[in-house]
Design a protein around this ligand. Sequence first.
Ligand code: SF4
Length: 590
Amino acid sequence: MEPRRPRPRFDPERHRPVLAPLVAELAGAGALDPRGLDRLTKRHPKPGGGLYSKSEIIAGFRAFGGEIPEREFLDRLRLRPVRTLSGVTPVTVLTKPYPCPGTCIFCPSDVRMPKSYLADEPGAQRAEDNRFDPYLQTWNRLDAYRAMGHPVEKVELIVLGGTWSAYPEAYQIWFARRCFEALNDFGAGLDGRPGAGAAPADYAALRPVDGREARRYNDALRPVTERLHASEHSSWEALERAQQRNENAASRCVGLSFETRPDRVTEREVLRLRRLGATKVQLGVQSLSDAVLLANRRGHDVATSRRALRRLREAGFKLHVHWMANLLGATPATDAADFLQLFEDPAFRPDELKVYPCLLVESAPLMEAHERGEWRAYDDAALLDLLTRCLEATPRYCRLTRVVRDFSAHDIVAGTRVANLRELAEREVGRRGGRCADVRGREIRGAAFDAAALRLEATVYATSVGEEHFLEFTTPDDRVVGFLRLSLPERASFVGELGRAAVIREVHVYGMSLAPGAREPERAQHLGLGRALVDEASRRSRRAGFDGLAVISAVGTRAYYRALGFEDGALYQHRALRPAKEPGCLSRSR
Ligand code: SF4
């Protein structure tokens, strides 16, 4: 397959004679409905044919200037930045193809991609276009977001690909540093792309791997990945310099996640992840049955997953678990019971969850079991019933981020091709008289709300390290506007710096409020909800006998916590707690 070339950048100057009048007319037009916008763009077609896209019109506005502020202009275009309604822009970057220590039989082996990803997945295509270079991926994604009118001040970096912990440390440090440098440069209006990047290996030229062959992904890749390229190295000091610059950069990292396997989560690895700047870990748990893990050659048992989650929790990380249905040896009934265990067992209870029903692809060794008749995909009705039960069983403190992998239909040999399974399952939950209580189903998103009617609620539950308090501001109809995750450990953490401190693992505020009689909704971030949540966490920690509160802050939120009275430690920020004077807490508990 020919590698695709990134599209050339749009140059508004070359279109000035036609584009400038269109921009001027739009700026003066007042509110437009989609038809009005359509009519206007048709009156100013591109000289070579076709119409200007919204991103091209925005580029024109930015190049030629306008009478009105950019935000107002974007409103005219009726851009609804769904991905960034929380004010945080997610930027997904993929590591390069590299051998993975896992031997999981369900895992795709596309040698052009990091293990478990297929070249047709949307994020994977972007990574390939950018030669898996962290700087290019980050910078170009921010550029694309900005072109579409999304904010790029607060960025959540999501690093995907194979098993992060199996990549050489030098590569990890380099990868993280280059992501931070791209954020710093982009925010400062600098473009380091021409000089970016390691010389790419020619992954596209590798012969594809077929799941029926003995020759596997790792063998195919080893010759091109055996040694890191000279540029794929960095020192910790260089990374820390890039992180420090990011603290005050115009595009700040407010969250950073990596994905790895449970058997790689040693105490040392947890500390390394933290030093890289991580705040969240995506962990492939996949099943809570040792027999299923063994049948699928997962290479670790359930006890290992428990241990990994406990270590990550002790270090304050946000836990994003991956769980799979329809693995070899599972049935819809065992899967439903397995899913319930995720929330009944205090060792699991994830903050976020991806549910991946197994989809068979050519390059997965599961092909052999399929051809022997030992594995069958659930039919769509059985899968829909299972996912409906999963949605019903997900508690309010967990965010169910996905319920199916984003594979192209033509890649799927067996398994569902229904793209809107979540929507169908949500509808089915309603039909059965239930409600999706998970965070994603209750997020306020961009809807307006009455700030005076907000309630502060607490859900308290046990975990493997102690007690967890999930604090949330909710509207009268139970939409969540902001939340905080507080861990009150029973014993000292293996992370020396934390000792026996209470730990804030996450603070998230989204949405816009509408004051009674006000014309313009106000961003919830400006209402001080984050501060109020942190104050409530302090009160609760103090009342529980803690004399210190730590926060696993992202590099770009350090300044925010300093302003709230936290002091910098080596890997966390800390606030001393004075003995309790208050009679109690402000929130209602569930
Ligand atoms: S550990 Fe993850 S990436 Fe590696 S083979 Fe298993 S599922 Fe695939």
